[in-house]
Ligand binder design. Structure first.
Ligand code: GLU
Length: 281
């Protein structure tokens, strides 16, 4: 059965871009007689707030996007993520990283020039007894080892096109931190599998996340969903929507009397309210 999901982080109010993702995911599920699930991605406890969770539910109801069952709440699933992390540790596919954010920033300013990639400082340090005694800041995927084991990830888009990731898309991603049992990537693949998601709808700027997540699915032997990467909703002048940007929040639109059901119907057909348009990532 086609099962899609909407998985917002309750770190701010939803905007038109979220409504577009949710409406597409809901429409794909309902028109195939399938399920539409809601997942609350609240692992970042410093930024997640309870009132944003009720705001998400209120926004979805206003849009007429009903979800099946109880929402899955990631902060209640730490023990499950921990087990998956341990299985990756046993396989030697992750390594402890002792770098703080400022260590990484300093290494990235090194003479070879700045890069957004992890400089690899802790790769291969796992057997250093002194290091082993200290608590790591995070656990990182050993991307080279992972790709050597299962190959570069591939996936199928909703229109049937087959995609292949390049090795540039995959870094030694953080999979867990001292203060968080799982990163977005790890929790996302575990939850998509556990909830039986067969269709992942997300904005095209998350395509590199899809590469990492497909790699994790291949390593963990998890089923492969289909992916629908949709264009970004931007302001007419091309500016991206940001959570701190007050104007296009769904709450503001609701308060100004916009009909949410009409809005979600027009979003599904690619018609956006005045002042916004779709743009490729
Ligand atoms: N919590 C992520 C976000 O809001 C989920 C993206 C996804 O995996 O669909 O961007």
């Amino acid at each position: 059965m086609l099962t899609s999901r909407f998985a917002p982080s309750p770190t701010g109010q939803l905007h038109l871009g979220h409504a577009y993702s949710a409406a597409l995911a809901h429409d794909a599920a309902r028109s195939a007689g399938g399920r539409f699930l809601l997942r609350i991605e609240d692992l970042d406890q410093t930024r997640s707030r309870r009132e944003f969770v009720s705001g998400i539910e209120e926004d979805l109801r206003w849009l007429g996007l009903d979800w099946d069952g109880e929402p899955l709440v990631q902060s209640r699933r730490s023990a499950i993520y921990q087990q998956v992390l341990e299985s990756l540790q046993r396989e030697g596919l992750v390594y402890p990283c002792f770098c703080t954010r400022s260590d990484i920033a300093a290494a990235l300013n090194a003479p070879h020039g700045p890069t957004a990639r992890y400089p690899g400082t802790c790769r291969g340090l796992a057997d250093d007894p002194e290091r082993r005694a200290a608590a790591p800041h995070s656990w990182r995927l050993d991307a080279a080892k992972a790709v050597a084991r299962v190959g570069l990830p591939t996936w199928t888009e909703f229109d049937g096109e087959r995609f292949a990731a390049s090795s540039d898309d995959i870094d030694d991603e953080i999979l867990a931190r001292k203060d968080a049992p799982a990163s977005y990537h790890l929790a996302c693949v575990v939850d998509d599998a556990d909830s039986g998601a067969t269709l992942v709808v997300r904005a095209a700027d998350l395509r590199s996340s899809t590469s990492v997540q497909r790699l994790l699915q291949m390593l963990l032997g998890l089923p492969e969903p289909v992916y629908l990467h949709h264009p970004l909703v931007v302001h007419e002048d091309g500016r991206r929507l940001a959570k701190r940007d007050k104007a296009p929040t769904l709450a503001a639109m609701r308060e100004s009397g916009v009909d949410g059901r009409e809005l979600s119907h027009s979003l599904v057909t690619g018609r956006l309210p005045a002042g916004f348009r779709l743009a490729e990532a």
